[in-house]
Design a protein around this ligand. Structure first.
Ligand code: AHM
Ligand code: MG
Length: 338
């Protein structure tokens, strides 16, 4: 890329403001907070192993999971960056028991709600595997100037104004959508900017990769078991057997499958009767991106993830997302074995 062909994320947002006639610059301010926090996390992750950032913090989150030091640092960084811009009135996070209200002082009149998983897959940090930040943005439903409440947070995923992830991998990338397609930006640490590298990302209609933690096979629903066997059966016409790829880091698995084509599955199991992934800050934003890239995301046969009405902040749902033809096939197995 030469300087004349580089388009930074900031320039891209300005150039596309005409897509949002109702926008008044607040969404751009919100994105500049996300960009800044992502750069800080990028810096900290790249120091893991050198400074004392890896490992457990000694605390648990509300779901009884051990928090890593990086979880805590990333959560605080994103919260501080979002609060400072004055455009967000409430934040829900995997690392917070309850949603955080920002509607005193600076943020009284702000209209956006942010849901986030500050560092998803953080247990991978200690072994140098890619992790990600997932975020989701909604317009508040309660009147501006009043206290934000449950109704602001429990909106179906179809109401998302924007969603995205940051992947801290061999390079750091920010991938997002505001409902007008998906675009990916690679971070140039020497310039300190995200540059458009993956314009208008579309996922192949049929991929050749399936991604699932097969160690839980015996506990999966019958339809999922049969679909996995189907993926493994030889068939020249559909290029089976498919390839199995599972990192165990949602953003990394989704990012790869988005680009190459594939399906990601996290079904219910004995350990996680409702699946492991959280609807509000993992499944909904990823489903939004996958659909915007031409794929599908369901939580059971006939049920689009984005149309679920959330009932609690840390609600879990089974999650199946990826290339359209593959999710269609899986859904047929789920229907046949319901
Ligand atoms: P986390 O939010 O506690 O990091 O858990 C979510 C992660 C996802 O990134 C990943 O896809 C999944 O958990 C892996 O779970 P498992 O180890 O059960 O396969
Ligand atoms: Mg997570």
């Amino acid at each position: 890329m030469t300087t004349s062909t580089i388009q930074t994320l900031g320039e891209f947002i300005i150039a596309h403001q005409k897509d949002y006639p109702e926008a008044s610059g607040e969404l751009s301010a919100l994105f500049s907070a996300i960009k800044l926090a992502a750069k800080v996390i990028h810096r900290e992750i790249n120091k893991a192993g050198l400074v004392n950032i890896a490992g457990l913090s000694g605390d648990e989150n509300v779901q009884g999971e051990q928090q890593m030091k990086l979880d805590v640092l990333a959560n605080d960084t994103f919260k501080a960056a979002l609060a400072a811009r004055g455009v967000v009135c409430g934040i829900a996070s995997e690392e917070e028991d309850h949603y955080v209200l920002l509607d005193d002082g600076l943020n009284t009149n702000s209209k956006y709600i942010v849901m986030m998983d500050p560092v998803d897959g953080s247990s991978n940090i200690d072994v140098n595997v890619s992790v990600g930040t997932i975020f989701s943005v909604y317009r508040r439903r309660s009147p501006v100037g009043t206290k934000v409440s449950d109704e602001d947070f429990f909106q179906p995923g179809t109401e998302q104004v924007a969603a995205g992830y940051v992947i801290y991998g061999s390079s750091t990338m920010l991938v997002y959508s505001t409902g007008h397609g998906v675009n990916g930006f690679t971070y140039d640490p020497t310039l300190g900017v995200f540059c458009l590298s993956h314009p208008n990302m579309q996922t192949p209609e049929l991929g050749l990769i399936y991604s699932i933690n097969e160690g839980n096979y015996v506990h999966f629903p019958e339809g999922v078991k049969k679909y996995i066997k189907y993926c493994q059966v030889e068939d020249d016409a559909s290029n089976r057997p498919y390839t199995s790829r599972y990192i165990g880091s949602l953003v990394s698995d989704i990012h790869r499958n988005l680009i190459y084509g594939g399906i990601y599955l996290y079904p219910s199991s004995a350990r996680y009767p409702n699946g492991k992934l959280r609807l509000l800050y993992e499944c909904n934003p990823i489903a939004f991106l996958v659909e915007q890239a031409g794929g599908r995301a369901i939580c059971k046969e006939g049920q689009r993830v984005l149309e679920l009405k959330p009932t609690s902040l840390h609600q879990r749902v089974p999650f199946f997302a990826g290339s359209k033809a593959m999710v269609d096939d899986l859904e047929q197995f789920l229907f046949d074995n319901a």
